[in-house]
Design a protein around this ligand. Structure first.
Ligand code: NDP
Length: 349
């Protein structure tokens, strides 16, 4: 099975690998030619981090240009109801939340470009960013390109995404109250999600393809000791069953391979927790990344190693990965960029 890098259905990411224009009318497209190619601040990414940065920067009269991808809005565009974003006691549809953020950013003068970033040159001022054959120049750049969850790559998994198949227990666990669920993966994320899901599910089946976990020892002992978690080691999910919603998964024994008959495991939910890939390819190694490929911050601010380049959201944060934390990060990045630009103006004059 291949790991398919697509935006996860929940959380906060922009997919810079998309090739088709946005089809969702909830996020209006902006005519690209209207976007100036010279600007004080460029924001890369249009998930909660990028759009919150745009709201703050626009209100500071910086008229930021947001290069947000062919599928703007990030991962919340692929989810239905978001119940944990503050301010919406009844919950809000992910695409509606993102359309609202975008409208709020545009209201104050942000300019949206619904195209992917192809490459950047951050080696000298002005910083340059290429997108769909055009070159954008800016004094400051905020990188908020998110991270994509890895999926198993099954057709049935894609078909049932948002209908029982999820990659975010924090976002969707609540919907599985009283049901049995399956979690796939053997790292800290999978074990953490399995433990979290025991709050709602009657039973959590943890499926891992090998006979030992990659996760930390403390997480392994917690999972092993938990009465509601059943381990399925040396197993992989080969199909998700269900027409309108998830009803079961088919497991294959990875130790015996194709010789054993697949097993059916009844479950109302499948949580895929096999890792994330931060969207940094377009940076071409311009900024340092950690062992897992996430961008690294220089200090307690959002500053990167490059003066005038700031980082926000999941592209550096593999710990929290929430829409609200990304939005907070976008705010911080915009404030940092605004101060940096003001200091630059002061030294020039
Ligand atoms: P990891 O890369 O650590 O683990 C991914 C897991 O998914 C592995 O067990 C891997 O199996 C499995 N996997 C990968 N591809 C497939 C596939 N196609 N089919 C089935 N299984 C697959 O990712 P995590 O997201 O778990 O963790 C990323 C980093 O974040 C780690 O450093 C982790 O420690 C950290 N983290 C820390 C937390 C904390 O401190 N609270 C919480 C969550 C994450 P295999 O082992 O066989 O390769």
């Amino acid at each position: 099975m291949n790991n398919a890098e697509t935006p996860k259905g929940f959380g906060l990411t922009i997919d810079f690998g998309a090739v088709a224009p946005a089809a969702d009318p909830a996020v209006a497209t902006t005519k690209v030619p209207t976007a100036p190619t010279e600007t004080r601040l460029l924001i890369l990414g249009s998930g909660p981090a990028g759009l919150t940065a745009a709201i703050y920067a626009a209100r500071a009269a910086l008229a930021p240009v947001v290069i947000g991808g062919y599928a703007p809005g990030g991962q919340l565009m692929l989810t239905s109801e978001v119940e944990n974003f503050p301010g919406f006691p009844e919950g809000i549809d992910g695409p509606v939340l993102m359309a609202n953020m975008r409208a709020q950013a545009e209201r104050f003068g942000s300019i949206m470009v619904d195209q992917d970033v192809d490459r950047v040159d951050l080696s000298a001022q002005p910083y340059r960013v290429w997108s769909a054959g055009r070159e954008f120049r800016a004094e400051a750049v905020i990188i908020a390109t998110g991270a994509s969850a890895l999926w198993l790559g099954l057709e049935s998994e894609t078909r049932l995404r948002g209908r029982g198949v999820s990659a975010c227990a924090t976002c969707d666990g609540f919907f599985f109250k009283g049901q049995e669920v399956v979690v796939v993966g053997g790292g800290d994320t999978a074990l953490e999600e399995a433990l979290f899901l025991t709050r709602f599910a009657t039973k959590v089946h943890l499926v891992h393809r090998r006979d030992n976990f990659r996760a930390s020892k403390i997480m392994i002992s917690r999972v092993q000791a938990h009465p509601s978690i059943e381990l399925h080691m040396n197993r992989e999910v080969i199909e998700v069953l269900g027409e309108k919603s998830t009803e079961a998964v088919m497991l294959r024994d990875t130790a015996s391979g194709a010789t054993s008959a697949p097993e059916r495991l009844a479950a109302g939910g499948l949580f895929v927790a096999i890792g994330y890939k931060p969207n940094t390819a377009m940076l071409g190694g311009a900024l340092p990344v950690d062992a897992a490929g996430y961008l690294q911050l220089e200090s307690e601010t959002t500053a990167s190693q490059i003066d005038g380049v700031f980082i926000a959201g999941d592209v550096h944060d593999h710990r929290y990965r929430q829409a609200v934390t990304a939005a907070g990060d976008g705010c911080r990045a915009a404030l940092d960029a605004e101060r940096w630009l003001a200091e630059r103006d002061a030294t020039k004059s």
